[in-house]
Write a protein that binds this ligand. Structure first.
Ligand code: 7TS
Length: 421
């Protein structure tokens, strides 16, 4: 499990079964050059590249299966429906949900959180109620709650973070009151790499009868997520961050809880009967899936999950951890590099600042060397405020990255210092 990753690796050596060169051949884009230099893609927290099988699956769908789903008696419509629904079962199994009724397809994590905030908010949040999030959330898990709190006159509270970028969990019990209705927090921080103790937080919440939404946008692709073991009430992720197509995502919810929530958008597919006076709604999960979804994308997401299963999440976790340890070591060897986010349990994400140099300049010079990182606030402005910085440079790793690419990153950073000398 993700929380025990570091401990379990202490005694272990590199995962010798993982053949990164073979894996890289699955990703056509990794062969390209940027300004005549080999691409070193270290922006995987923003989005991951797609293996050939996923790209080909999209092509195959449009070439020989394209049809609208859930509404046709004809052959192609039934075929597309079956393929689409196969992904639901793949996702269910992947996160160990109890039933496919608990898997709702969306456009991505942002869409999932907005769906949930709108629906949960309408039913359960009224004046004076309280919602707790954390200071390290992505804007996708801040702004929908601010909008809801403003509309419903509710109160938003934040679990603070310490200098290492870890949640100050001792504050959580102090923040909880009888008015607390929801705790919503991220599993892994996209800016700091921090792996939050999700199971512990969920257990505290449940002790007080509070529901929990877990944002898995940065955890699902790195380590095994088991929603039943975590006892998460709701869980979201984006398809494009787990090697699937953009415009795909998932909202998981416990069936009994989803049944209590009102629909989000109205339209086709989410209804049972519509008269001019009234509408009765479809059963789960269709109640939350109005309109024609990203059929090709969802089918491609199924292929991406198959692909990740073939590589093996344990192999992915172990290898990415090796990359993280090596990259942190290489970066800290360079004078003037400071890492922001030094939590005990970290995913393979490194935010850093170079003394006296703006992160955007770092990003631009690295880009000229073919090294793609992200520079900015990473849609986590409260984290930047917490650390008193405008932005960071961020390298985020995938299992297709190599130790040599880490060396390239280190060389490019040295070049930045030379340019600014
Ligand atoms: N939650 C977290 C923790 C994220 O990192 C992101 C995206 C989202 C939610 C939203 O996901 P989306 O797919 O709906 O956009 N994070 C990033 C990032 O770090 N760089 O670009 C997007």
């Amino acid at each position: 499990m993700i929380n025990n990753l570091k401990e379990s690796l202490v005694e272990e050596k590199v995962n010798t079964f993982f053949n990164v060169e073979a894996v890289r051949k699955d990703f056509p884009i990794l062969e390209r050059t940027i300004y005549g230099k080999p691409l070193v893609y270290l922006d995987n927290a923003a989005t991951t590249h797609k293996p050939k099988v996923v790209i080909e699956r999209l092509k195959e769908y449009y070439e020989s299966e394209n049809s609208n789903i859930h509404r046709g008696v004809h052959y192609l419509s039934q075929l597309a429906t079956n393929k689409f629904e196969e992904t639901r079962e793949k996702v269910r199994k992947f996160i160990n949900a109890s039933s496919v009724k608990e898997i709702i397809f969306t456009k991505g994590a942002t869409d999932s959180i907005n769906l949930f905030a709108s629906s949960f908010g309408r039913k359960f949040i009224s004046e004076g109620d309280e919602i707790i999030i954390t200071q390290m959330e992505h804007h996708a898990n801040i702004v929908p709650w601010q909008m809801l709190c403003e509309a419903n006159k509710a109160v938003l509270k934040y679990i603070p973070i310490d200098d290492n970028g870890e949640l100050i969990l001792s504050d959580l019990e102090k923040l909880i009151t009888p008015k607390t209705k929801l705790i919503s927090f991220l599993h892994v921080s996209n800016s700091l790499g921090t792996i939050n103790p999700a199971k512990e937080i969920i257990s505290i919440a449940h002790k007080h009868g509070i529901k929990v939404l877990l944002d898995g946008a940065q955890s699902i692709q790195h380590s095994k997520v088991d929603v039943r073991d975590l006892d998460a009430d709701f869980f979201v992720f984006s398809g494009h961050k787990i090697y699937g197509p953009t415009g795909t995502g998932v909202l998981y919810g416990k069936e009994s809880l989803l049944n209590e929530l009102p629909p989000y958008q109205g339209g086709g597919d989410m209804i049972r009967v519509v008269t001019m006076e009234k509408t009765s709604y479809n059963e789960l999960p269709y109640k939350f899936e109005a309109g024609t979804p990203n059929i090709a994308g969802i089918i491609g997401l199924g292929t991406a999950i198959d692909y990740v299963n073939t590589i093996g999440l344990e192999n992915i976790s172990n290898y990415e951890h090796e990359l993280l340890v090596y990259a942190e070591k290489k970066l800290l060897e360079i004078e003037g590099v400071k890492i922001i986010g030094t939590a005990k349990n970290k995913a393979a994400v490194i935010s850093f600042v170079l003394e006296g140099i703006h992160p955007h300049d770092v990003g631009t010079i690295l880009d000229s060397e073919g090294v793609a990182i992200r520079a900015g606030h990473h849609c986590t402005q409260p984290i930047m405020q917490r650390f008193g910085i405008p932005a960071t440079a961020r390298a985020s790793f995938s299992f297709y990255n190599t130790m040599e690419e880490v060396d390239q990153l280190a060389l490019a950073i040295k070049k930045v210092f030379e340019v600014f000398k």
